[in-house]
Ligand binder design. Sequence first.
Ligand SMILES: Nc1ncnc2c1ncn2[C@@H]1O[C@H](COP(=O)(O)OP(=O)(O)OP(=O)(O)O)[C@@H](O)[C@H]1O
Length: 345
Amino acid sequence: MSALLRVEDLRVRFRTMGPLKALATGTNAPFLDAVCGVSFEISKGETLALVGESGSGKSTIARTIIGLQRALSGSISFDGQEIEELTGAERKPYLRRMAMMFQDPIGSLSPRLTVRSLLTEPFRIHGLKERDAGVEAARLLRLVGLPADFARRYPHQLSGGQARRVGIARALALEPDLIIADEPTAGLDVSVQGEVLNLLARLQDELGMAILIITHNLNVVRHMTDRMAIMYLGRFIELGSTEHIFDQPRHPYTEALLAANPEPDPDAVFNRIELKGEVPSPMRRPSGCEFHTRCRYAQDICSRVFPESSTSPDDPEHSFRCHFPLAREVISGFGRPHHTLVGTK
Ligand SMILES: Nc1ncnc2c1ncn2[C@@H]1O[C@H](COP(=O)(O)OP(=O)(O)OP(=O)(O)O)[C@@H](O)[C@H]1O
């Protein structure tokens, strides 16, 4: 499959205080590196998940891809064209082919616009000749399973699930090749979550767009995505096929995240792994492997040496950064694979 989106060594930095304050507080780094050298690709029609605790940099990656945030360095190319180096006007035709579904569906919809105006706004934003607004709104509402008379409603007259459907319809307005869905199920009842996910999956089947999905919900990742990337302090610490990572996580952080996720299999032996302490601040990064302060397997080298990226011997597409990656050994009598430690150093 050819790459639709290719992100290479992306770095995003935020200034957190002015130079005078930095001088006064004695800090030599008045900035925060939210994304540190992230690389990945998404193929046409593929679904990739970005997973990680709050503050790990997921939304910043999404905002940088769609041009709401400048990168410090690195490259973003879409359909073979490097877009970071283009001017605003030159970028527009590429940005039009990507759509973002924001986290808060009602808050992200302008309260004074009717659903009809909201659904046809993308045409106006991108300076495209507007088709018949009524016809277009009805077509988009039909796509997401809402009646045509919803076009007259305002955002506050929508339930959470309906607002999410309108958000999906709006994202589909310009027939994008890539949808970025930031927490598409957040704040919804479980039954409505299922409906929204099924709708996204059906539309993807019908329309063939790629989806970059940002979520804390590992059940969503497991059932909806082809590949997943696990983020920690702005870096990918593991990337690979969703099936392979669920089957055989290599990084202890991934292992802990998966273990904290309720198992759908009632016979599975559920081993919760407590993560020690809080996520460190990206302004005070631990030395060596940045996860070592919370890792139950950490050894001396982990606090000293930043781990290189390695790949899984049975799947070269599965990469991770760990000095002591986990290897699976199925112990008979256990319902669930038991992970043992295999040192590489
Ligand atoms: N505009 C900004 N100015 C300064 N720091 C920022 C800004 N936006 C994000 N950050 C910081 O960048 C880091 C990454 O934030 P980001 O929102 O990308 O994380 P996230 O993984 O998407 O979190 P969440 O799951 O809570 O949305 C955090 O430390 C955050 O505080």
